[in-house]
Write a protein that binds this ligand. Structure first.
Ligand code: ARG
Length: 468
């Protein structure tokens, strides 16, 4: 590009290497829709405030509409000479409608313009992420409903701990994603604020009307301080922090999918269409999709760290450093959107090996706590009961037997409180059904949780559809 819009003050043209180094067009072009939407709002406001004439405004709005269509048809080549999306659009506009296009930038700066673009962009992205979380939650609830009869070992320290329903385990993830959704919703509150009108940093002397623009662009609030408005990137950091937490949850699920599909676990099989093979070992079927989900969590954490470091100790107000906020945010956005989308498709492709899970549920003395609880009901102090059952387990280990294989006489040699009514405490199904404490794994509790989730999803579905 020849002349820069600021060329007035400069004697020499810009060095080509500097032009390339400072350009952001190759990544911020994805903001074109928001940039144009914001410019149309700004232009209409300028006309409503009689800062520009209605005729000029309709020329500008018409030109901006055409530019949008041309970008969408791939007719516009972006080059680093244009520097960024704001200048690219303005340059196109002036080319198209002449000098009057130069009136668009009245009473604004790229500093407040980029903040507006990013807030508009993030507002859409947050809704998209929330819908995708919603879809994923629906899949989890369906899976949990379909597998209510599946029992598996619950783990602590990755050792068999106590039997649980698979549905209960799946619904644990539902809860994590519920909190993730709430974090995105909270982030939306703080994103949905209009910064345009803050201009370079101090506001403007021209008689603009920010309320007008806010209403036009459906922003419920306007920034309170122009210096903060152009310096603030909290909403982007918050988004990335919420995304990092979400990916952490995804990575935990991915890890379990990977572990559970090993021949050691053999709890699940992922369908061929969602697995990959090995270039050397013909027998291999690898869980690359969950592995990559686990792996991609790292870049989202990295992006969060990049954003925090970028803004650390940065003096007020706008500094060019802030241009570096976009690539981490876009990368996080793409990663989260693609991961959530695929995870919702992958989960229905998982076949649970019910027999194997049930078999393993009983392995490793997983009913020992229940046996101790039985003694507690008979008035034995828990600490004593714990010791007695510990001794019993040791005995079984020595003899290569299982708890449920012990006869009543045998049990009585460990504690006299053992009686005929002990046997339900050695039966997995009945043990699970007795775990009725709030949030427990009893099937009655899990069914309640599923009903609650269905109701919640329905309410959310209506709320999300009502959003603009
Ligand atoms: N491309 C810039 C960014 O992303 C836009 C704002 C430029 N402002 C400026 N004073 N150079 O931050």
């Amino acid at each position: 590009m020849g002349e820069k819009p600021w060329q007035g003050r400069f004697e020499q043209p810009m060095n080509k290497q500097v032009e390339d180094f400072t350009a952001s067009i190759h990544f911020d072009k994805r903001l074109y829709r928001y940039d144009i939407e914001g410019s149309i709002a700004h232009c209409r406001m300028l006309a409503a405030c009689k800062i520009i004439s209605d005729e000029d405004a309709s020329l500008i709005v018409g030109g901006l509409g055409e530019i949008q269509r041309e970008i969408e048809r791939g007719k516009i080549d972006f080059t680093s000479g244009q520097e960024d999306i704001h200048m690219a659009v303005e340059q196109q506009l002036i080319q198209k409608i002449g000098e009057v296009g130069g009136k668009l930038h009245t009473a604004r700066s790229r500093n407040d313009q980029i903040c507006l673009d990013m807030r508009l962009y993030l507002r859409d992205l947050l809704s998209q992420c929330r819908s995708l979380i919603h879809e994923l939650q629906k899949v989890l609830v369906s899976l949990a409903e379909q597998n209510l009869d599946v029992i598996m070992p619950g783990f602590t320290h990755l050792q068999h701990a106590q039997p649980v329903l698979l549905s209960h385990h799946l619904m644990a993830y539902y809860e994590m994603f519920r909190r993730d959704d709430a974090r995105f919703e909270g982030c939306l509150q703080r994103t949905n604020v209009l910064p345009l009108g803050s201009a370079a940093l101090a506001g403007t002397t021209l008689p603009i009307n920010m309320e007008w623009t806010a209403q036009y662009l459906r922003f419920p609030r306007i920034t309170e301080n122009s210096i903060d408005a152009v310096s603030d990137r909290d909403y982007l950091i918050e988004f990335n922090a919420a995304a990092a937490m979400l990916m952490m949850h995804v990575s935990r699920m991915a890890e379990e999918l990977i572990l559970w599909s090993t021949s050691e676990f053999a709890f699940i099989e992922i369908s061929d269409a969602f697995c990959t093979g090995s270039s050397i070992m013909p027998q291999k079927k690898n869980p690359d999709v969950p592995e990559l989900m686990r792996g991609k969590t790292a870049r989202v954490y990295g992006n969060l760290m990049a954003l925090l470091t970028l803004t650390k100790a940065l003096p007020l107000a706008y500094n060019r450093d802030l241009q570096e906020d976009k690539e981490p945010v876009f990368d996080t956005a793409d990663t989260v959107v693609n991961t959530l989308r695929l995870l919702a498709r992958l989960l229905p492709e998982v076949r649970f090996n019910k027999e194997r899970m049930a078999l393993m549920a009983a392995e490793g003395f997983t009913l020992a706590t229940d046996l101790a609880d039985y003694l507690v009901r008979k008035g034995v102090p828990f600490r004593k009961a714990h010791y007695v059952v510990g001794q019993l387990v040791q005995n079984c280990l020595r003899n290569g037997t299982k708890l449920h294989q012990c006869s009543l006489d045998e049990l009585k040699t460990f504690h006299k409180a053992f009686d005929h009514d002990v046997f339900p405490f050695l039966d997995i199904d009945s043990v699970i059904d007795h775990r009725k404490s709030l949030g427990g794994t009893a099937s009655s509790r899990v069914q309640e949780a599923l009903h609650r989730a269905r109701r919640e999803l329905q309410t959310k579905e209506q709320a999300l559809q009502l959003k603009p």
